[in-house]
Each structure stands twice: as structure tokens, then as C-alpha cells.
Design a protein around this ligand. Structure first.
Ligand code: FAD
Ligand code: NAD
Length: 407
């Protein structure tokens, strides 16, 4: 092989960390590295709920790829991946094609919609900068409309969140801060607005520490968030939703439905013909796709089983970053002619979820529970640590979150 061609698809957590690590680990003449992404920026997916609520501007969440990737060293192709042809070692893009010796697939997640009627047409999802910006503008527009309508259009002021997993809870927390601002701005009494979280399980954040869940629910309820637990979202119409609890259906007016009830791997991966579960490929220990020693899969497109409970690890940024570090290391080994690759072992450092300004819950350091402002500070430390890892002190100072009590 001449100088090997490494192609990395997607500039999310997985793709970016793989790229910045590789540019440090490999000498200029050792490999050609190409990063393909839809946009010329990377975004912090973990902040998108703030952009969607309008509590944080999306420019804070976006990071220009050229600010952290040396474009003399890595070729950035701004294009959309359409399909993969592993047998031909080829990637088809909207505007061309690329060949590779080694491929890293980091194309991230899509909303899992479970075939719910009307969802695709009438609900919004928090997936990327564009979808988050649309949610912010849509809610604001509906608030602006309210006092200009002849009838009392309660649907314009009811915000429904499908799913009280981490995304749903974090978004509800941001709305708890944003709605009073919108009410002031558009002359709407706060008590007219409903934030309704619909969750199929009997509890919010199913499987998470009960004490922390109780804290989160009490706090969010104090901010005006309603919970409909044990309730399935069954259908989304243009101006209402249908939910079902104990076989009883109810229609709730809403023109602001945000679906946050689960994710799956990017459908390009499934369409490639890899065996998948919810669009995620069960990768080997060294993070390669089964039967394809030249393809690594990182982040939300990869599925790794937790041997302790025989269940998949949840798709998180924390795991995507760690997978990327191992992938970069393994690519270096292959480029240097080695064959003994490192096995991926996640080192879970905990989970912290924000509940809005200055509030959060979390479990860290192998079981220590954090509530309120302490958890919120921990969340900022986690976010800032990522920025430091990705782009050093310069990026941290530019994009970091430093105010302990606010954003
Ligand atoms: P992504 O971050 O989704 O990035 C994928 C990249 O691929 C994007 O840049 C996208 O533009 C690009 N792309 C996609 N399709 C194409 C295409 N066809 N062609 C070209 N480019 C393409 N996890 C945590 O660990 N902690 C948290 O606090 C946390 N908070 C979250 C909050 C929210 C609101 C959400 C939605 C998720 C959160 N997660 C969190 C989960 C975490 O964000 C994901 O697990 C993580 O983003 C996965 O990283 P990734 O690299 O696989 O993909
Ligand atoms: P999730 O799968 O974790 O939660 C989805 C929730 O929606 C579940 O509670 C489920 O019971 C509910 N649900 C599913 N179908 C429903 C229906 N028809 N009606 C009502 N409720 C329904 O999904 P998520 O919250 O989007 O999280 C995705 C991934 O991102 C997870 O791995 C999560 O851990 C991670 N994440 C982490 C953080 C954090 O660490 N702070 C924040 C956000 C997301």
C-alpha cells in the first residue's frame, strides 16, 4: 500500500476526536486523512436542547472545523454522504465519491419514530443545529401568533415533549427558563402556557437513580412542567396529539410537539447492509464492522454490549469520545504495519443531566450523587473538559461555560 487513505465520515464527537488525535499521531507523510461532513462546523450535540429552547444561541454550540483541525494536514470535504460501498472501498457523496483504505463511520443518530402516526409530518426532533433552530423559531412564532388569533388557540401555547428520557428532561428544564421570557415578550400570562411531558414508563428517566429522578421531577414541576407518566404518545396531528393511558385515549391540543423519545443509528449504516439493531452495528472489540477489517464504526452508529448485564451501552457522547480515541490508536497501529489492535473498554465516568439554569442532577465518581447547583457546576466541568480535549485552551476560552450560576 502507498500512503494509506483514511476517510472519516461525520464531524460529531466520534469523527472529530478521531481526526484531531490522528493528526497528532501520524506524521505528514504517513497517511492521507480526509474528513467528510455536511457542514464546515462541528456542533456540540449535547447542547442542542438549549438551542432548541432558545436559551443558548446556536453560534455558541457550533465550532468551525478549521479552528481545531489543521486543514494543511487533513482534507475537509464539505458534502453529504449518500451511501457506502464497502466491497469497492468507496463512499458516494451528493457531489462525488471517495475511495479509502480505512474508513471511520461517525454519522451519528436519527430520531427513532417507531412508526407513530403523524409524527414525521407534525413533530419536531432535536437532532442538529438546523432542527434545533427550527424548534426555537416555531415556538416563538406560535407565541407571537397567539394574541393575533380570533379564537383562543390553546394549541399554540401547549408545548408537548414526547419522552422523559435525558433529552426530554433537559429540554423541559430549558423551557422552564425560556417560557417566562417568551410570555413577557408576547404579552401572555404564564399560567396560560402548558409544558407537558409524555412518558410511556411509570417514571421519568426510567432506570436512573430514584432519588435523583424525584429531585428532577419536583424541580421541573416547580418550574411549571407537567408529567404524564405511564402514558404513550400514539398519534400526532397538525394541532393536537393523542395519548393513551390504561387503554383510555385523550386528545391534547398542541401545535408544538417535540419528539425526544429515543434515537437510532444513521440509516445510511443500515442501508449499507451491515447487520444492525436500531440502526447500530454490533462492532468487534477493536471497533471494526464484522467482516470488514478496514471499517471502524464510532459513536451512535456503533453498538457495544455491556458484558455485566448483556445490554447495549446507551449511545452517549462520553462513549463516542472514548471510542474515537481507541480508533485513532488502532488506525495508527495499522498504518505502522501492526496488527495487534486495542480492545475498547468504556470507562464510564457518570451521568449528569441539566435541568435548566444552575440546576442539574447526576451520578459521578462511581456512585456519588449530585443535586442542584453542584451538579450544574459538574456539567459545565464535563463540557469544558471536552472543549479542552478537542481544541486546547484556546477553544475552551472561546466556547467554554464559566459562569457557575448561569449559562
Ligand atoms: P453526532 O454528534 O450526532 O455527529 C454526527 C455528525 O455527522 C454531525 O456533525 C452531522 O452533521 C454529520 N452527518 C450526519 N449525517 C451525515 C451525512 N449523511 N453526510 C455528512 N455528514 C453527516 N451524551 C452524553 O454523553 N452526555 C450528554 O450530556 C448528552 N446530552 C445530549 C443532549 C441532547 C439534546 C442529545 C440529542 C443528545 C445528548 N447526548 C449526550 C448524546 C450524544 O449527543 C450522542 O451520543 C453523540 O452526539 C453521538 O456522537 P456521534 O459522533 O456519534 O454523532
Ligand atoms: P432515551 O431512549 O434515553 O429516552 C426516551 C424516552 O422516551 C424513554 O423514557 C421512553 O420510555 C420514552 N418513550 C418511548 N416511546 C414513547 C412513546 N410512544 N410515548 C411516550 N414515551 C415514550 O432517549 P433520549 O432521551 O433521546 O436519549 C438518547 C441518548 O442520549 C441516550 O443514550 C441518553 O443517555 C443520551 N443522552 C444523555 C444525556 C446526558 O447524559 N445528560 C442527555 C441527553 C441524552
Amino acid at each position: 500500500m502507498n500512503r494509506p487513505k483514511i476517510v472519516i465520515l461525520g464531524a460529531g464527537y466520534g469523527g472529530m476526536i478521531t481526526t484531531v488525535k490522528l493528526q497528532k499521531m501520524l506524521g505528514r507523510n504517513e497517511a492521507d486523512i480526509t474528513l467528510v461532513n455536511k457542514h464546515n462546523y462541528h456542533y456540540q450535540t449535547t447542547w442542542l436542547h438549549e438551542n432548541a429552547a432558545g436559551t443558548l444561541h446556536h453560534d455558541h454550540t457550533r465550532i468551525k472545523i478549521s479552528d481545531v483541525v489543521d486543514l494543511n494536514r487533513v482534507e475537509l470535504v464539505q458534502d453529504t454522504v449518500v451511501s457506502l460501498q464497502p466491497d469497492e472501498k468507496k463512499v458516494t457523496l451528493e457531489n462525488g465519491e471517495l475511495t479509502y483504505d480505512y474508513l471511520v463511520v461517525g454519522l451519528g443518530f436519527e430520531a427513532a419514530t417507531f412508526g407513530i402516526q403523524g409524527l414525521l409530518e407534525n413533530a419536531f426532533t432535536i437532532n442538529n443545529i438546523n432542527s434545533a433552530r427550527l424548534i426555537r423559531d416555531h415556538i416563538e412564532y406560535n407565541f407571537a401568533r397567539y394574541n393575533n388569533e380570533k379564537e383562543d388557540r390553546q394549541d399554540l401555547l401547549n408545548i408537548v415533549i414526547g419522552g422523559a428520557g435525558f433529552t426530554g428532561i433537559e429540554f423541559a428544564g430549558e423551557l422552564g427558563n425560556r417560557v417566562p421570557e417568551l410570555c413577557k415578550e408576547y404579552d401572555i400570562p404564564r399560567e396560560k402556557v402548558r409544558i407537558i411531558t409524555v412518558e410511556a414508563s411509570p417514571t421519568a428517566l426510567p432506570g436512573f437513580d430514584e432519588e435523583l429522578v424525584e429531585y428532577a421531577m419536583n424541580y421541573l414541576e416547580s418550574q411549571g412542567v407537567e408529567f404524564k407518566l405511564g402514558t404513550m404518545l400514539k398519534q400526532v396531528n397538525e394541532n393536537s396529539i393523542i395519548v393513551e393511558k390504561d387503554e383510555q385515549q385523550e386528545e391534547i391540543p398542541s401545535s408544538n410537539v417535540i419528539w425526544a423519545a429515543g434515537v437510532r443509528g444513521n440509516s445510511i449504516v443500515e442501508e449499507t447492509g451491515f447487520e444492525t439493531a436500531r440502526g447500530r452495528v454490533k462492532v468487534s472489540e477493536d471497533l471494526r464492522a464484522p467482516g470488514h477489517d478496514d471499517i471502524f464504526i464510532v459513536g451512535d452508529c456503533a453498538l457495544i454490549m455491556d458484558k455485566e448485564n448483556d445490554r447495549p451501552y446507551p449511545p452517549t457522547a462520553q462513549i463516542a469520545i472514548q471510542e474515537a480515541e481507541v480508533t485513532a490508536h488502532n488506525l495508527k497501529t495499522l498504518v505502522h504495519g501492526g496488527s495487534k489492535l486495542e480492545a475498547f473498554e468504556p470507562e464510564l465516568q457518570g451521568t449528569v443531566a441539566s435541568l435548566g439554569e444552575g440546576q442539574a442532577i447526576g451520578v459521578v465518581f462511581g456512585g456519588k450523587k449530585l443535586f442542584g447547583w453542584k451538579a450544574s457546576v459538574m456539567k459545565k466541568i464535563i463540557d469544558n473538559r471536552y472543549l479542552l480535549k478537542l481544541g486546547g485552551v484556546g477553544l475552551l476560552l472561546k466556547k467554554g461555560k464559566f459562569n457557575i450560576f448561569t449559562k
